[in-house]
Design a protein around this ligand. Sequence first.
Ligand code: F6P
Length: 346
Amino acid sequence: MRVGILTGGGDCPGLNAVIRAVVTKGERQYGDEVTGFRNGWAGVMEGDLMPLSAERCRDILPLGGTILGTSRANPYATEGGAQAVRATLQREAIDALIAIGGDDTLSVAGQLAAEGVTVLGVPKTIDNDLGVTELTFGFHTAVQTATEAIDRLRTTAESHHRVMVVEVMGRDTGWIATYAGIAGGATEILIPEEPFDIAAVAGRLRAHHGRDVSASIVVVAEGARPQGGEVITQTDQRDAFGHVRLGGISRLVADEIEARTGFETRLTVLGHVQRGGTPTAFDRVLATRFGIAAIDAVHDGHWGKATVLQANEIRLAPVTDLTGKAKLVDRDLYETVAGALVSSPG
Ligand code: F6P
């Protein structure tokens, strides 16, 4: 078969591991010819191809990012975009297309599949907020990076008796904040699912510092907002899927904490550091399992499906089940586990 593959949306550690698994198993076991499309859906609309081979993919397993490049291009927001996708697939005689992406990329895949395109999906996002799959690769690496940053911030916070506010990614959900907050021993974890009361946050920090402690870590997800307030955005511009760029909530949180407690407070925005670098071993394994399952699903004709992780097994689910509704942070994890050790949840 001639199989096309693309990576769309924000990049994520583990993308290259999926590509390697698809290409290597496709070529060696099925005799497939796998062709990459550059820069997500843009490359399919424009017919921008990158021939792939097991040999080309031999050393990409530990590489962060994506050798194919990515973009947030949306064929359904582009004049004639969906027709251009179909025309390219026909012209290049692509029998099957594997779209690796998050909510946006997979929603396009779902729509194309409903219109008869032979496409299936592989979920990815560091935010870990796609429905049906218990985990997405990239999340584990982002949590590891954020936790290492928190560990570093703790030593300087303790030396200077400061509050350190750490802003992590998490547009709609606080998975990275919750995991990195628990792993890093944060005093407060502020997530999009639970609008926060800044007066209460300051009160808890005062009480915490009263207990023979003079430093605190406050982890805040970029999509967190105060009760009755709005998320903080960096610009009003929207991407092709209608998203604004978030960021800056840590400034508000840090200023309010310092003003209300008198504790010297500093902030760090981790930003894209969380998306870069080599994937952890866990993410390499999950991404590889998804890639293997995806090329098998191609040969079984599972159009409109996506690979998912459920009960530690790789299964297939309708791609539309993964999109449109963010998977929120597990209440038990936030309230019971984090709540027992940090002051914000519960
Ligand atoms: O892919 C998810 C994500 O990492 C979000 O957490 C974040 O809001 C967004 O991507 C940032 O996107 P960009 O790289 O376009 O700034």
